[in-house]
Design a protein around this ligand. Sequence first.
Ligand code: ZN
Length: 294
Amino acid sequence: MTRPLLLDALRGGATFVGDGGMGTELQLAGLEPGGCGDEWNLSHAAAVQAIQRRYAEAGAQILLTNTFGTNQFVLSRYDLAEQVAEIARAAAMNARAAAGPHTYVLGDIGPCGGFLEPLGEISEDALRQTWRLAIQAMLDVGVAGIIFETMTALDEITLGVRLARELGAPLVAASMAYDPVRGGGFRTMMGVSPADGARACAAAGADVIGANCGRMEPEDFVAVAGEMAAVTDAPLMLQPNAGQPRLEGTAIVYPRGPESLAPALLELARHAAIVGGCCGTTPAHIAAFARARG
Ligand SMILES: [Zn+2]
């Protein structure tokens, strides 16, 4: 079987269906609210693989590893700071096991859980050290690339992109979470615009530039993609939430069902090479999108 490198396929104009939310699916599978989803790669490997297999069967061609918080700062809250590499390795193996022959796996890196100095208390060295463990472990298993996602701080995401480059990742994707701002336009929680985010991530060496999550409606991603495309030729990746969550009793509900989200994702596919979903999107959402895409 010959499967081109993901980056070569993207540069050749191929487009891909991404996967959907992991956190919400883990909770459906029994993860306690506030529990450590990353640890499930070790203790509940079959459940993690089952979620990822459902995404692949729904039509996702790119799966993210279940490693959103796999760094010492987040894992220390669960007394697991020493197990970054072990969890990352298990996560990459779980995703590879769930992936079909034509499914790519990207090693996922979420926000580190704090702020870099001088704003916060995390040193660049400490962040590089823990992310190096996670990234190297996933590259050793043979993931197709590394993705930084739901990021809001430029210093953090560009440090990650440069590190993944140094470690030889075959593809590096960089995706930030934007919110609408009063008066128009979009910014991350830390005040980064889509153009500034795209420019800085591309300059740091990112091959794919993206937007995901955030307090935006799926339709808002068209404007964000336009701002990014104005400053970079890199392939774009868009993974919106299934609308904005609201609290119904004690349950968090995402308003956009599969049939409501699919047309929005189809429109985003005209503006981006990789389109999937983030919070609140399920295998049923991805299946509806993949069907609509044909
Ligand atoms: Zn999200």
